[in-house]
Design a protein around this ligand. Structure first.
Ligand SMILES: C[S@@+](CC[C@H](N)C(=O)[O-])C[C@H]1O[C@@H](n2cnc3c(N)ncnc32)[C@H](O)[C@@H]1O
Ligand code: SF4
Length: 361
């Protein structure tokens, strides 16, 4: 039976962070109940197409889904559980921003059905939290981390590094602190200056390339020394706690995207379909899907499973990619090919965009 992941996008934030280009609005007067009713209606329509799929994960992302009332989170989870078969080890995650914290927030979310909490910490010192435009401080970040590990048995935190002026030593102190909480998963993103953001307008520069590469290499070693295995460019987990939901994207699985700006991928009647919320469907050609599978799959340390690639898009991986560059990239030890997989090496991960654009040329 096919598996399906469901992404629920909550597009509201208390304030806008100057680095962020994700789809969001600041609207304290948004009518939550009405939006949730629309989401449930959309889920009902998608259920007509996918009711034979088993739900493997639900992910409340944003924006700031911790601004949702827990009873609305529960309403969505309960509806999904009523309409689809549910995997016995379903992962139900929610991204929480410390700035939405209130008494018993984590317990209320757990009671609503969330079983994995992902905290948007971003920095573990007050100066950098301010620089990143975060409206929580270090004390609240620490309080949320402590409460999260007390209430949940599966958890994650996001941090952003390679901030301007950040030193290797200071970053290592933050890594040491985050590793101490006993989280099962950590996402560490290098700051990117995205077009249209306040940082781009102010011409904020991220760290120069060599310093950022040094930081990335140190980060990987540090996390591995502290029992976190890197399984994706920016993601590290205690073995067995890799995000089931995000693996769906990277491994080319099927998922629904519910909420403004959310998209999905379905495989129906032998066709690959891209969905845009609420209900716009586009058929992808085998070549279009193949390219997506390469872009996503090479982010994983295990790389792309050739058999899955063929099953999803109908093409053979090593016939689809540019043969000249495939050989060259292997000779340069940027890619490694086994009987079953094509994967980036550690050095390949540092120049992934270049590797992908050559393979797909
Ligand atoms: C869409 S955000 C949602 C998280 C949640 N709203 C919060 O702020 O805590 C997901 C993650 O992407 C990362 N992120 C967003 N913009 C980024 C950027 N320009 N550079 C690096 N990481 C970024 C942050 O770590 C953030 O937690
Ligand atoms: S980082 Fe999170 S809180 Fe900040 S603007 Fe983006 S989605 Fe909203």
């Amino acid at each position: 039976m096919n598996e399906l992941a469901i992404y629920i996008h909550w597009p509201f934030c208390k304030s806008k962070c100057p680095y962020c280009d994700f789809f969001k609005q600041v609207n304290p007067h948004a009518d939550q109940d009405k939006i949730v009713a629309e989401y449930i209606e959309a889920l009902g329509k998608y259920n007509d197409l996918t009711s034979d799929h088993t739900i493997k994960s639900i992910f409340f992302g944003g924006g700031t889904p911790s601004l949702m009332k827990p009873q609305n989170v529960a309403k969505i989870i309960d509806y999904i559980a009523k309409k689809w078969p549910i995997s016995s080890n379903i992962e139900i995650s929610l991204e929480a921003n410390p700035n939405s914290h209130y008494a018993n927030m984590f317990l209320s979310l757990k009671n609503a059905g969330i079983n994995r909490l992902s905290l948007g910490i971003q920095a573990l010192n007050d100066d950098d939290l301010r620089f990143l435009g975060r409206t929580h401080n270090l004390a609240l970040a620490r309080q949320c981390l402590e409460e999260t590990v007390k209430v949940f048995s599966n958890h994650s935190a996001d941090l952003i590094y390679a901030r301007p002026m950040q030193t290797l030593e200071k970053w290592q102190e933050e890594l040491a602190e985050i590793c101490n909480y006993g989280l099962k998963h950590i996402s560490l993103y290098q700051l990117t200056i995205e077009e249209g953001t306040v940082f781009a307008r102010k011409n904020v520069q991220s760290l120069d390339e060599d310093a950022a590469i040094n930081m990335y290499n140190m980060t990987r070693l540090f996390l591995e020394d502290h029992s976190y295995k890197q399984y994706e460019v920016s993601n590290f987990a205690v073995i067995g706690y890799e995000s089931r939901h995000n693996l769906t994207y990277w491994q080319g699985g099927e998922y629904l995207g519910i909420g403004a700006s959310a998209h999905g991928r379905l495989h129906l009647n032998g066709q690959n379909i891209a969905t845009e919320y609420p209900f716009v469907h586009t058929v992808l050609s085998p070549e279009e899907r193949a390219e997506e599978l390469i872009i996503m799959g090479l982010r994983l340390t295990e790389g792309i499973a050739k058999a899955d690639f063929h099953q999803i898009c109908g093409l053979q991986l090593t016939e689809f990619v540019n043969p000249k560059y495939l050989d060259e990239l292997k000779e340069l030890h940027l890619l490694e090919e086994t009987e079953t997989h094509l994967r980036p090496t550690k050095s390949g991960m540092l120049v992934l965009n270049q590797v992908i654009s050559q393979l797909c040329s």
